[in-house]
Design a protein around this ligand. Sequence first.
Ligand SMILES: Cc1ncc(COP(=O)(O)O)c(C=O)c1O
Length: 444
Amino acid sequence: MSRACEYLKREEKYIGKTIGIRFYPIVVDRAEGSKIWDVDGREYIDFSSQWAVTNIGHNNPEVIEAVKKQLDRLVFSSHTTFPNTVAIELAEKLVEITPGEFEKKAWFGLTGSDANEFIYKVMPIYSGRRRLLGFQGSYHGQTMGALSLSGHKALTRFIGFPNTVKAPYPYCYRCPFKQSYPECGLLCIEFLENNVLENAPSEDLAAIIVEPIQSDGGVIVPPPEFIPRLYEICRDREISLVVDEVKVGFGRTGRFFAVEHSNVAPDAITIAKPMASGLPLSAVVGRAEIMDAASAAHLFTSSAHPVSCAASLATIDFILRENIPEKAAKTGAYILKRLNEVYEEHPLIGDVRGRGMILGVELVKDRRSKEPATFETACLVYRAYELGLLITYVGTYSNVVEITPPLTIRMEEVDKAMEIFEKALNDVEKGLVDKEKVKKFAGW
Ligand SMILES: Cc1ncc(COP(=O)(O)O)c(C=O)c1O
């Protein structure tokens, strides 16, 4: 029996299923750059960055150095009561690099969900308005407030809080209004303004929260006018606009923050995943008056952890100094071009889309009917794993392969990964994948 198998048996016995989503039987041992090795010594190219966390590569030496230094100086003080210097330095930095010329402040937590939970809790207090608006298909996190703001099927299975409403997101490949862009004139925004806001009157709407690219919803890149139009609606009605950059921030889209492509400054931004290169940390950066709206309203003992904050400062330095967003734009454009070439040869692919280094490949049984090829998608990511490439899938119909490599990946690794991707796709099309093995990994 392989060591991975052994570990997975022990995992099954001792760790509850609530913790994860599984696509294949991997157990990770170590990682470096864009590579991961499993407990049996097999090497993989990580085209997932562990759900878009390791933007500057696994075990980035500069981050490790900063963490080691911080460990020697101070492992922990509880920022709730005993503030640490590193969190203050990081807050200054985040205020400096986030869009918006107004006075801003930061809050710190541990994971993306708690940052969006902040929005759920604090925005109504700040505005004196009770309701919040999110989007169908959105993923904001697993805690009760964050899931109530979300429209992703993994979260709508819970009832959530009733003071949230959802509007359709511009999923143009499967437009809910059966329109085509740009002729539609963004009917989804009109619908939001004229219909959804009827049910959630703006006088009682505290905030709209939006992902600049809906990632777990299926790597959906909205038309360029979408965020600016949303911003106008918010500004005209004094509703706060919150942008969830938990997954797409920190250089991934070709800008430091994805919302910078839209040239608007939201009232608050939530960030997490890549901000400390894998150490647990999240933040909300927003207008000072929002951040000060309620004292001691959202505090956790180990928020603003000094070691995570040190890792985050090193991560930001690296991204800025090495022009990582620019590199992400270039490498992403190259991967998108390669994926479009694969699209030409493989009818199983219905759509290829993305921005920078968040890319989606939507699989369909038939390009005309667009019937989702859900099981084939599971087979594809499974086969890619067998061949040495780590990818996952997302989307309302679980049929969108998500490609989010480390932004520092080398071009020869990209080429190797694309070779494996195409081989895996060929094998799926030829029925060469063991379906019984795939069925054991339900994904989501
Ligand atoms: C856009 C977005 N927001 C929030 C979250 C929740 O973050 P976490 O899983 O770190 O709690 C995720 C997780 O995938 C996400 O993609």
